[in-house]
Ligand binder design. Sequence first.
Ligand code: 13P
Length: 256
Amino acid sequence: MRKPFIAGNWKMNKTVSEAVELVAKLKEIVKDERGEIVVIPPFTALFEVKKIISGSRIELGAQNLYWKEKGAFTGEISPLMLKDIGCKYVIVGHSERRQHFNETDEIVNLKIKAALENSLIPIFCIGEKLEQRDKGETLNVIERQFEGGLSGIDESKARKIVIAYEPVWAIGTGRTATPEQAQEVHSFIRTKLRKKYGNEIANCAIILYGGSVKPENAHSLIKQKDIDGVLVGGASLEAESFGKIIEEGWRAFREK
Ligand code: 13P
């Protein structure tokens, strides 16, 4: 049985004190909520945020990782370090990393494997650019990223992965995919999972939508059959709007 999954990717925002303030507020707001609630602060705030959310309903995620466990890789953060600090999730393959830091499908694949080997759950992001959508290439792009990222990953590992469909043209632009556009891609992804890993994994897999999710559009998105939750950027930076999205997610799930 899938449950609503709402994650907030804070990206490169919030000092430690701002992060602490935000998550303390959020903890009060989500006291009685069910489902999976995840905050994904910058690395510098992970430790302090973890202290505040311990024993609460909120889980911790990181925004990136390197695929080696330790060594001479100046500036990088390893899966062991994330595990040690109390992360349950890690975002892999976000379009901002693909775009600004040249992350290829091969690198994304290495990172997914490293996360899984260290018992971190990857939130594996895929999504097309506007020009690709306009040329009718959306599903080809999704297929290529899906196959590239999951190459060599067997069923026992695949069941732990969360997938996030984030159309690049909808990220930070205020332009959300319509529920129908998102559902079409989500359904395609679930079918790909079914073909690759079988019914059970496809039926249980959590597939999130991301891209300008707000309290106003969360319900209609999450109500779609194959949308299990959302990965929120901008609207997760305020406790009130993120709390409202969590509420809407739960309401949409009850109505499915
Ligand atoms: P926005 O919600 O700000 O569009 O960001 C989405 C995103 O990239 C989440 O990972």
